[in-house]
Design a protein around this ligand. Structure first.
Ligand SMILES: [Zn+2]
Length: 211
C-alpha cells in the first residue's frame, strides 16, 4: 500500500546507520520500515495495494516523494546534479539512496549504489519498482553501470519510473542481453568438462605406459 512507502505515514522509521564512502561519512542511506502491525487495506482502494506484492500497483507518488527527499540530501558539490533513488522491495519495504560525489570524480557513487547497499544491508531481497529523480524532480535513467547493478538485485522485470503520466520501463528493455550469473555457471561447467577430459586423458596415458 502507498502508506508502506510514505516516510511520514506515522509508522516507525529505521535509519540504517550505513555510510558508504571511503572516509565513512559521504553517503547516507535511509531505509523506511513498514509500520509493525499495519494491516493491508481492502482491495477497494486500488492505489493502496502493497507495492511489494507481485503484480500489485506501485505507488509511484510515494516513491517519487522518497526519491526527492533523498535527492535533497545528495552530496554533489562538483556536478551540482543531486540525484535521489527510491525503490520498492518485494517484501513491501522502501529503500533509498542518493549520489555521493568525490573530488577524484571516478570514485563517485550513484544514488542507485547506495540504494542497493541499503537493500542488502537491510536484509531485503528483491526490488520491484524504482524511481530515480534529479533534485529538480526530473526522472533520470540509471547509468549503464547501475543498470547492471540493478539487474543483479531486481531482474529484468524491475519497473523504472519514466515520469508522471508515462508508462514505467522494464529494466530488461534498458539492458538487453545483460551479463548474469548464468554466464558464470556456463564457465564453471566448461571448466569442469575440460578437467574431466584432461583427467581421462592422463588415465589413458598411464594405462598405456604400464603395458
Ligand atoms: Zn549509475
Amino acid at each position: 500500500m502507498g502508506a508502506n512507502f510514505a516516510p511520514r505515514s506515522g509508522g516507525s522509521t529505521l535509519v540504517v546507520p550505513t555510510f558508504i564512502s571511503f572516509v565513512g561519512r559521504l553517503a547516507r542511506i535511509v531505509c523506511t520500515k513498514m509500520p509493525a502491525g499495519r494491516t493491508p487495506r481492502p482491495a477497494a482502494a486500488p492505489s493502496a495495494a502493497s507495492p511489494g506484492q507481485a503484480g500489485g500497483p506501485i505507488d509511484w507518488d510515494a516513491l517519487r516523494g522518497a526519491a526527492g527527499e533523498a535527492a535533497a540530501r545528495a552530496y554533489a558539490p562538483y556536478s551540482g546534479l543531486q540525484v535521489g533513488a527510491a525503490g520498492a522491495c518485494e517484501d513491501g519495504q522502501l529503500v533509498t539512496g542518493c549520489n555521493v560525489e568525490n573530488a577524484s570524480f571516478g570514485l563517485t557513487l550513484c544514488a542507485e549504489c547506495g540504494l542497493v547497499s541499503a537493500l542488502v544491508a537491510g536484509g531485503h531481497r528483491h526490488l520491484v519498482a524504482l524511481s530515480v529523480l534529479a533534485g529538480d524532480g526530473r526522472p533520470l535513467p540509471p547509468c549503464g553501470r547501475c543498470r547492471q547493478i540493478l539487474m543483479e538485485h531486481a531482474g529484468p522485470e524491475l519497473l523504472l519510473d519514466a515520469g508522471e503520466g508515462r508508462a514505467p520501463q522494464r529494466l530488461g528493455d534498458l539492458l538487453p542481453g545483460a551479463f548474469d550469473r548464468s554466464e558464470l555457471a556456463k564457465a564453471a561447467r566448461g571448466t569442469a568438462a575440460r578437467r574431466r577430459a584432461a583427467s581421462a586423458g592422463t588415465a589413458r596415458s598411464s594405462t598405456r605406459g604400464r603395458r
